[in-house]
Design a protein around this ligand. Structure first.
Ligand SMILES: [Zn+2]
Length: 226
């Protein structure tokens, strides 16, 4: 059998039956979602129409968040575009003095103030010496480990031979970037970057990928056999 019809009691009665007041926060003892906020069911998932007595503000919902309902009961409608935030940072708190309607950025500032977020409590702020930057960064110490640059990048459409051909063919005003871009099916800007060494900068010194070195080995083997 299904539970009580949510329409039997008024929404306020149901709200108060699920609140346990303490000296500070008024804690919600009803259902709590995975996001940590309390909520109240106001209509059956299968019911097409909302039960009677639901304020217009919530008529389109199947559940109301407990602190939003509390705001409605104590302060009236939630202003459009605003969210209901907690001063106390207790998600299940429904104390009307602890909640206010604010913007998303108000809420974010509250979170930062509470220290739950990053900010000064982040390990990188507490121990800046542990953050490896500049020449201590692994990409500076081991540039050979960066394999996703130039032709090895997964978005690269050009091969090593394309790059060297583009650089050798290009003659300003004679063999234009536009012509090259049509030849290789790229944008002119890509050609500009290639001929000006802005992209594929290190493709000559780039460590050969595993496949490339294998191919080179095979080639050497073949030439020796001949
Ligand atoms: Zn509170």
């Amino acid at each position: 059998m299904r539970g009580r019809n949510p329409g039997e009691k008024s929404i306020e009665e149901r709200f108060w039956s699920k609140v346990r007041r303490t000296n500070r926060c008024w804690l919600w003892i009803g259902a709590v979602g995975t996001n940590g906020y309390g909520f109240i069911r106001i209509r059956d998932r299968r019911a097409k129409r909302p039960p009677k007595g639901i304020p217009n503000d919530f008529i389109h919902l199947s559940h109301i968040l407990a602190h939003r309902l509390s705001y409605y009961i104590h302060h009236g409608s939630i202003p459009p575009g605003k969210i209901v935030c907690h001063h106390c940072n207790v998600k299940i708190c429904v104390n009307p003095n602890h909640i206010y309607s604010g913007t998303y950025s108000d809420n974010a500032h509250d979170t930062i103030k509470s220290g739950k977020n990053i900010g000064k409590n982040h390990w990188a702020r507490k121990h800046p010496e542990k953050v490896l930057r500049g020449n201590d960064h692994w990409t500076r110490k081991h540039p050979e480990k960066i394999t996703w640059r130039g032709v090895n990048h997964y978005l690269s459409k050009l091969s090593l031979s394309d790059i060297s051909r583009i650089r050798s063919l290009y003659v300003p005003r004679k063999f234009s970037q536009r012509k090259l871009s049509k030849m290789f099916g790229t944008k002119q800007g890509t050609i500009y970057n290639i001929v000006n060494q802005l992209s594929y900068q290190s493709h000559v010194e780039l460590p050969a990928t595993h496949r490339q070195s294998k191919q080179a080995e095979q080639k050497r083997g073949r030439s020796e056999a001949v």
